[in-house]
Design a binder for this molecule. Structure first.
Ligand code: NAI
Ligand code: MG
Length: 332
């Protein structure tokens, strides 16, 4: 197997705890990972004021992939790490796809959400006028480019084509967001004409919330914008096994640089250090990393080990973070 250079950003709280298990499992599956640890997140910010130094960003541009645990602490003001680290990495490395798979054999759920990851209302377009006065104004724009929307939709069609059901649902709010919604719908319809083997549907985002809870089996692949995707994927996680299982890949499918893989959850300060963090989301994220690097054998062994473990683990309630990591490592 090829050896890969992986930047490891364990982060804060349970981040380093779950990433240690993910690396343990990757190595047990035969992956040769040359890892470099980077100290980024709340701890570094609080001790030095640094969030993402340019020199670190330059080093990150040159690795094969980035594995991130979680960053954040109640002591850091909102937005500092989200905008300065997480979103900055997505924009700077052009990680334009946020791919989040959801599976629950108990409920029969098997779907993937493709979230646009570099545009929409997360670009920071907007500002204040007369801030702090009774007449203050705040605007927050949503940026949608034909280029950005189309590359996201094309990725989703390719993904749908590669899966069993060949079905893709566009989720938006075209009835109210008539400008961005129109761009998304027109682009979707034009690209759909090139994929006659993929069946399509459209749901307004509010209806999609009902369907995800009441009839999630209707979905195969969902494609949506940055904000709707952020919210829908938390909901999808909750209906398919919980936050401890939700994995994600921030992809640069053009491969002009590394992609970044991370569990959806945060640093969970309430359970950090207790050994109660579920490492499965980080483990599944790491298997997505191996798959994207082309190590499909190792990736498949890990996903199969995770699903075997989940089928049996109802008898093992209360297993610790490292016990779960060991159990998966034994099965790969
Ligand atoms: P959180 O995801 O850290 O925790 C929410 C709840 O889920 C907590 O009760 C926690 O104990 C539980 N939980 C989360 N992951 C778990 C796991 N693997 N196993 C078992 N239980 C788990 O979200 P919260 O509390 O809103 O944020 C905590 C910090 O994390 C904040 O500073 C926030 O900004 C940051 N955060 C960072 C993210 C990232 O690095 N990508 C994403 C979300 C939040
Ligand atoms: Mg979120």
């Amino acid at each position: 197997m090829t050896s890969y250079r992986i930047a490891v950003l364990g982060g804060d709280g349970i981040g380093p705890e779950v990433i240690a298990e993910a690396l343990k499992v990757c190595r047990a599956a035969g992956a040769e990972l040359d890892t470099v640890d980077y100290d980024l997140g709340a701890r570094r910010y609080l001790s030095s004021g640094e969030v993402l130094p340019d020199s670190v960003l330059d080093e990150l541009r040159r690795v094969d992939a980035i594995l991130l645990g979680a960053v954040g602490s109640p002591a850091v003001p909102p937005g500092v790490l989200e905008r300065g680290l997480l979103l900055k990495l997505r924009f700077e490395l052009d990680l334009y796809i946020n791919l989040r798979p959801f599976q629950s054999s108990a409920r029969g759920v098997d779907l993937a959400v493709v979230r646009e990851n570099t545009e929409g209302s997360y670009t920071g377009e907007g500002g204040f006028l007369r801030r702090g006065t009774p007449h203050e104004v705040a605007t927050q724009g949503s940026v949608n480019t034909r280029f950005g929307v189309e590359r996201c939709i094309r990725f989703a069609f390719d993904l749908a084509r590669s899966r069993d059901r060949h079905h893709l649902t566009l989720v938006h709010k075209t009835n109210v967001l008539t400008f961005s919604g129109d761009l998304w719908q027109r682009t979707f319809d034009q690209v759909a004409a090139e994929y006659p083997d993929v069946t399509t549907a459209y749901n307004h985002v509010d209806a999609a919330c009902i369907y995800l809870v009441e009839s999630p089996l209707r979905y195969d692949v969902i494609v949506t914008d940055n904000l709707f995707g952020d919210i829908l994927t938390d909901l999808a996680g909750a209906v398919s096994g919980g936050i401890g299982l939700a994995a994600s890949a921030n992809l640069n499918p053009a491969r002009t640089g590394p992609s970044l893989f991370e569990p959806v959850h945060g640093s969970a300060p309430d359970i950090a250090g207790t050994g109660r963090a579920n490492p499965l989301a980080a483990i599944i994220s790491a298997s997505m990393m191996l798959e994207f690097l082309g190590e499909t054998g190792a990736a498949d062994r890990i996903t199969k080990a995770v699903s075997d473990y989940r089928q049996q683990s109802h008898t093992e309630v209360g297993a610790s973070t490292s016990q779960i990591g060991d159990a998966i490592a034994e099965r790969v």
